[in-house]
Design a protein around this ligand. Structure first.
Ligand SMILES: [Mg+2]
Length: 258
């Protein structure tokens, strides 16, 4: 079933003489589902490192940064939210995640691999990550599913709890990457960059909001943790049931071609 176009306002109809597109992907629920491997690694880390004996599942995980989730869990379990405890969590989590990924039966979501292959081969486009996962966890997950090589830069959940701040970091990382591959002169600053050529693809209303925070086009995909109707209500520029048909996304990119 083809994707439904939501909120196709003036932003999409504008044509920019941009020569590069930046496509940021969220990870969980967008590229992959880990069958709870990430959350299991959280539980094991809190149990082993902080002696938490009872996990009541009150804290929301989906669409949030690891920093924000951990801060809530620290509060929930009466653990001081210090940098030292954060480090202790991060080290413990990264130690445990590879095993939980192996134990669980996660999967790559429909159409993701061919879509990444198609986008990665385009000279007018770079792929980045915009995720609440910490950087090391992001790449452990992506390596597990054979997707790590498509990505070399992004914004991650290590430094900021707020996904909008992560989006700003991701945009800066994209600029640095473009400069490094000889595209310096294009993305000099947020004010001078044709921001409508920045896409954020994610599975929750939080992804849509953080796309808006950097004036990016928001593409929502209903393969993760938010129902289609909730995503529609958040007003993405493009809403897809899944990524199995690349046509709507590729058509969107064509609208900005010179
Ligand atoms: Mg997600």
């Amino acid at each position: 079933m083809p994707g439904k176009r939501e909120n196709s306002g003036s932003r999409i109809k504008l044509k920019y003489n941009s020569t590069m597109h930046i496509c940021f992907f969220d990870i969980d629920g967008t590229l992959i589902l880990t069958d709870g491997a990430g959350q299991e690694a959280f539980v094991q880390t809190f149990t082993d490192e902080f002696g938490v004996g009872r996990w009541n599942g009150k804290v929301e995980f989906s669409g949030r940064s690891d920093r924000a989730i951990v801060a809530d869990l620290f509060s929930e379990f009466g653990i001081a939210n210090t940098e030292e405890n954060w480090e202790r969590f991060a080290v413990g989590y990264i130690e445990r995640l590879p095993e939980t990924l192996t134990e669980r039966t996660g999967r790559i979501l429909p159409g993701v691999k061919p879509l990444l292959e198609t986008l990665h081969s385009r000279p007018d486009l770079v792929l980045g990550l915009l995720t609440g996962n910490i950087r090391a966890g992001s790449f452990q997950k992506l390596r597990h599913f054979g997707l790590a090589d498509y990505f070399s830069f992004g914004g991650y959940g290590d430094l900021h709890a707020d996904r909008n701040q992560i989006a700003a970091v991701a945009l800066d990382a994209a600029k640095t990457h473009l400069a490094a591959i000889g595209q310096a002169g294009l993305p000099l600053s947020r004010n001078h960059y044709p921001l409508q050529s920045v896409l954020v693809i994610g599975d929750t209303p939080n992804d849509i909001r953080c796309a808006r925070s950097i004036d990016a086009v928001a593409i929502a995909v209903a393969t993760g943790f938010s129902p289609y109707e909730d995503l529609a209500a958040a007003g993405p520029d493009l809403l897809l049931n899944d990524l199995s048909d690349p046509t709507p996304l590729l058509s969107l990119l064509e609208e900005w071609k010179i």
